[in-house]
Design a protein around this ligand. Structure first.
Ligand SMILES: Nc1nc2c(ncn2[C@@H]2O[C@H](COP(=O)(O)OP(=O)(O)O)[C@@H](O)[C@H]2O)c(=O)[nH]1
Ligand SMILES: [Mg+2]
Length: 319
């Protein structure tokens, strides 16, 4: 095991610790319900309340509880702890359906291989969701796997956005291809791809603007960036990650719907998952979008980042 891999495993431990609060808050309500050990109307409405207040979302909650009730009836379950087990299974199923798709995405293969082009990762999301920070974390993550990464500063809307990416690039130790503020994001993406290819990078990660107030322009801009990249490589972008701020809850979900309409998404990066009582949003997001959650961010530093592990997440809520 190389050092990079070791530090990544260490990061995973940190993420576990920072999500401990979620476990406690989600669990405390559920344990008192389960402790009564009576599967009656009161139990079901209590369960419904617990899930909704954890931001699982009304639609997802109602569907979930209906399913559990039907199962409990069919299997003549009277034991609340058995219902809790079933809940765990159903919650995992919500996340696993979406994660299945991961297997259809070919793993990156560039290092040591000739005649291949960089794997292009487009990162989209509203302003402030954590795109640029997540790009830095993702870069760090790929670098830990000995991959060469180049960044494209295609959020040209604000000069500060370009500088921010440059600073992260320096800190993580990768090249950033940038133009002047207000430059054409497509041109930046094009040049960055050329540079990434010439320098034999494994990954080109493209930062984008996120002005949702001009939805039409945003859509056009993302389309144009993709089109320009495709002039270089018809199969690009290979990934489009939507960055979603978990704290924004149901509002974030609405934004996600808009992005999904605008551009095909291959994965989600959930940021600011700080272990609040609202982390149930993870289920609402997975169920509604049917896009796999690939990574989670739990803080502002490079280390506050991990692959999303559905089983670990669900088990954690019940530990
Ligand atoms: N707590 C926390 N803060 C984050 C996370 N990701 C980003 N941030 C903060 O959110 C703010 C906006 O991030 P930024 O990457 O600039 O968002 P962008 O506008 O989408 O590029 C910054 O203050 C980041 O430090 C995260 O996972 N957890
Ligand atoms: Mg940014």
């Amino acid at each position: 095991m190389n050092n990079g891999m070791f530090s990544f495993l260490k990061r995973k431990e940190q993420v576990k610790t920072s999500l401990t609060k979620t476990r406690q808050s989600f669990l405390s309500k559920l344990t008192s319900l389960v402790a009564k050990n009576e599967v009656n109307e009161e139990f079901w409405s209590g369960l419904e309340e617990t899930l909704i207040s954890a931001d699982v979302g009304v639609e997802t909650t109602v569907e979930l509880v209906d399913k559990l009730r039907a199962r409990a009836e069919k299997e003549s379950v009277r034991d609340a702890s058995r219902v809790q087990e079933m809940l765990k299974e159903e919650l995992l199923a919500i996340l696993e359906i979406t994660n299945d798709k991961l297997q259809t995405l070919a793993p990156p293969a560039r290092a040591g291989v000739t005649n291949t082009t960089p794997r292009v990762v487009l990162v989209v999301g509203v302003n402030g969701s954590g795109k640029t920070t997540s790009i830095a974390k993702l870069t760090n993550y790929y670098k830990a796997q000995d991959k060469k990464v180049i960044l494209a500063a295609a959020d040209t809307f604000r000069a500060a956005a370009i500088d921010q990416l440059k600073i992260w690039g320096q800190r993580v130790g990768v090249d950033v291809v940038a133009h002047q503020p207000d430059a054409d994001p497509g041109a930046v993406a094009f040049d960055a791809w050329q540079a990434a290819n010439a320098r034999r990078a494994d990954y080109l990660i493209v930062d984008t603007a996120g002005r949702l107030q001009t939805k039409f322009n945003l859509m056009k801009e993302l389309e144009k960036i993709a089109r320009v990249l495709q002039k270089n490589d018809a199969t690009a972008p290979h990934e489009t990650f939507l960055v979603l701020d978990a704290v924004t809850g149901q509002n974030g979900l609405q934004q996600a719907r808009e992005f999904k309409k605008a551009t095909p998404l291959t994965g989600l990066i959930l940021t600011k998952l700080v272990g609040t009582t609202k982390d149930g949003i993870v289920f609402a997001i997975a169920k509604e979008l049917q896009v796999p959650i690939e990574f989670i961010g739990t803080g502002e530093t490079l280390d506050d980042f991990a692959e999303f592990d559905a089983k670990e997440f669900v088990n954690g809520l019940f530990e």
